[in-house]
Design a protein around this ligand. Structure first.
Ligand SMILES: [Zn+2]
Ligand SMILES: [Zn+2]
Ligand SMILES: [Zn+2]
Length: 423
């Protein structure tokens, strides 16, 4: 792999040899990463696994770990930050502030980071010249928050690394940080992997990024020729072209000119059906916060059921808002233990998922696995095995056979086979 000047896009990454789909092209440890505020307390700060019982840092009482081993491994990154967290209690800094705090300590500690091999933190683009006044004000505010947060460890700005400009650093973090997702593709953390910031966007990319804990894996999902630019998608696939472009412009300061943005190929399908009905669906989705309690999930389910009952004839399941309502109804049922009903919603999502997440897409694999679990719960063993096979065919490319999620899949497969034998 090498860095090169990609026409019109600044730097890019390309390959020195052709590859097939499913090859692991790069493995990177983060320069710095944090658990997102939303997941705080529910995942281990070191390995990012979700667990019910986690050990708590006895100092700040915020950081949590699987066990003494994870805590020990995390100590180098947490040592100075721990005092800062304690000092601002009961407040907790925003993710970007906590992340920049860790970057500051990392630079002061001068620990070399292997993920800076192709591109270093100081090489990263900050795009500050493209920011509007409102954005600049936002970053300035974050810089102030950071200085307050770091105060117990770094008394004034003169003790900061001399090469580090805080405002620039926040600008860099905004357009270069990666959202770290767990096996189920839910966001659990945010991190910086400088070399991987060389990857440019395509809404129809030839590579995918998958995480194993905080470790980033770059994998090919197509055949790629020698010298061809490597691309990933910075944004969710199931978005209208105009929404994708708006998002890319706002967060990354560029206009995407990929083929999908030119042809707007799936936009009409995304909005198929009666306009009044999908606008209502959009409202249902926007009203949802982050349900936690049983009562909140019951409310969510009721809203979804009511919507689906009243509008089912006016919208195809491929309409993205209808599809999101189906997904939400499935989630709610799983949380409430209504597995048979969850399966009926899950089944309806599979065809639209195949359509939008065509080729090798990790989200489709994860959805297939969720449906397979539900089929297993209903003792539909042979159907579950068929669904798992489809999930596996995608995952061996997107995740690789060594990934922990594939390991989970194989365990479920064994359970299904055992179920089939006992029938
Ligand atoms: Zn852990
Ligand atoms: Zn602590
Ligand atoms: Zn595009």
């Amino acid at each position: 792999m090498e860095k090169f000047a990609s026409p019109g896009k600044g730097n890019g990454l390309r390959l020195l040899r052709p590859v097939k789909p499913g090859e692991l092209l790069y493995r990177a440890e983060p320069l710095a990463y944090v658990v997102t505020k939303k997941r705080l307390g529910g995942v281990c700060e070191r390995c990012l696994s979700s667990k019910k019982q986690l050990l708590r840092c006895s100092q700040c009482k915020v950081a949590r770990y699987c066990d003494a081993h994870c805590q020990k491994e995390a100590w180098q990154d947490h040592r100075r930050e721990c005092k800062c967290i304690k000092s601002v209690e009961p407040n907790f800094p925003p993710d970007s502030v906590r992340l920049v705090g860790r970057i500051v300590f990392k630079i002061l500690g001068q620990t070399p980071c292997p993920s800076e091999k192709l591109y270093s933190f100081s090489d990263l683009k900050s795009n500050t010249e493209d920011l509007n006044e409102e954005m600049k004000e936002g970053l300035g505010h974050l810089a102030t928050t950071l200085l307050l947060y770091l105060k117990v460890e770094i008394h004034d700005a003169s003790q900061l690394p001399p090469t580090l400009d805080i405002f620039q650093t926040f600008a860099k973090v905004t357009c270069n940080s990666f959202s770290i997702s767990n096996g189920e593709m839910q966001g659990v953390g945010v991190g910086l992997y400088p070399s991987m910031s060389l990857l440019n966007n395509s809404c129809d990319p030839n590579c995918v990024i998958i995480f194993e804990g905080p470790q980033l894996h770059l994998r090919s999902i197509r055949e790629i020729q020698k010298g061809e630019e490597l691309t990933i998608s910075y944004v969710e696939t199931m978005m209208l072209t105009s929404e994708r472009q708006q998002h890319l412009k706002r967060q990354y300061c560029f206009e995407c000119d990929c083929l999908m943005c030119h042809t707007k190929s799936k936009d009409a399908d995304m909005l198929a059906g009666d306009e009044k009905a999908w606008k209502e669906a959009k409202e249902v989705i926007n009203k949802m916060g982050a349900p936690k309690s049983k009562e909140e999930w019951e409310q969510v389910l009721l809203m979804c059921q009511t919507f689906l009952r009243n509008n089912s004839s006016q919208l195809p399941d491929t309409n993205i808002y209808q599809l999101k309502v189906l997904d939400l109804a499935m989630d709610a049922c799983i949380n409430l233990g209504l597995l048979e009903e969850a399966l009926s919603y899950g089944n309806r999502t599979l065809e639209p998922y195949r359509f939008y997440y065509s080729g090798f897409h990790p989200l489709r694999a994860v959805q297939l696995m969720r449906v397979a679990k539900l089929q297993y719960s209903q003792e539909m063993f042979s159907q579950a095995l068929e669904t798992l096979k489809q999930a596996y065919d995608i995952m061996k490319v997107t995740h690789g056979t060594e990934h922990s999620l594939v390991h989970d899949l194989m365990m479920l497969k064994e359970d299904c086979e055992a179920g089939l034998l006992s029938e």
